[in-house]
Design a protein around this ligand. Structure first.
Ligand SMILES: [Zn+2]
Length: 235
């Protein structure tokens, strides 16, 4: 997009000024709950409330019409995401859409079954160390195909192809922990997998575990409901 610059402003000077400005407030036309100070200056609770407010807008069909052009320019010099989302690759569960956030808001790690393998952990550690992001959300979702496939594979005693086997192995503990429980086996396994992943992240040293111990990082589980659009945070 083209925008005219103030008299005497070079593009370089404008970008320098934007780099020094709080990124989250650089996005224009956002309501109070969608804009604020950069990640390092907000609490995990404020970040959680910002996600909840965005999801409420999405559920109500009142998502913001974020001007991605303006936001793109504002965050181009640097990013300061206020939340890290470890979510599933499922095409129906994109965090930026269901939390109604724009460019630069969410540091997103997506892999089938929202699995915290070494690469995912390294990605999240990078964000915690470089952006002081105060909140990680492990986001599972209803009818997750990766968890469903794990249930079926274990029930059949089948041997999946090697790379898919890595997904099954990562989700297997949740299936085993919920075996025989009342209720829907898939729902139970999805919730257990989120909780187990939250615990794994909390104990992942040194970066995440130390940040949690210092009170600089909160890690929460949540589940996205495909039909209603609602994200429920676990307590
Ligand atoms: Zn999934």
């Amino acid at each position: 997009m083209q925008r005219s610059l103030p008299t005497g402003w070079s593009r370089r000077r404008l970008m320098t000024a934007l780099a020094l400005a709080p990124v989250a407030t650089a996005g224009l036309r956002l309501p109070a709950d969608a804009a604020g100070p950069p990640a390092a200056q907000i609490s995990a609770e404020t970040a959680r409330k910002r996600l909840i407010a965005g999801n409420a807008r999405f559920v109500a069909g009142k998502s913001l019409r974020i001007d991605h052009g303006e936001r793109r320019e504002a965050v181009a010099p640097r990013q300061m995401p206020f939340a890290i989302i470890l979510g599933c690759s499922d095409s129906r569960a994109p965090p930026e859409v269901l939390f109604d956030q724009g460019l630069g808001d969410l540091f997103t790690v997506r892999v089938a079954g929202n699995i915290a393998d070494d690469v995912a952990l390294g990605s999240m550690e990078y964000a915690v160390e470089h952006f002081a992001t105060p909140l990680i959300v492990v986001l599972g979702h209803e009818r997750c195909g990766a968890v469903s496939a794990t249930l079926e594979t274990i029930a059949a005693g089948a041997t999946p192809p090697p790379h898919i086997a890595s997904l099954v192995d990562a989700i297997r503990p949740a299936v085993e922990a919920t075996k025989g429980m009342n209720g829907n086996a898939l729902d139970n396994a999805i919730a257990a997998h989120v909780r187990q992943t939250v615990d794994k992240l909390k104990g992942s040293g040194p970066v995440l575990a130390e940040a949690v111990a210092k009170g600089q990082l909160t890690i929460l589980g949540a589940e996205y409901h495909l039909g209603t659009g609602r994200v429920g945070f676990m307590t």
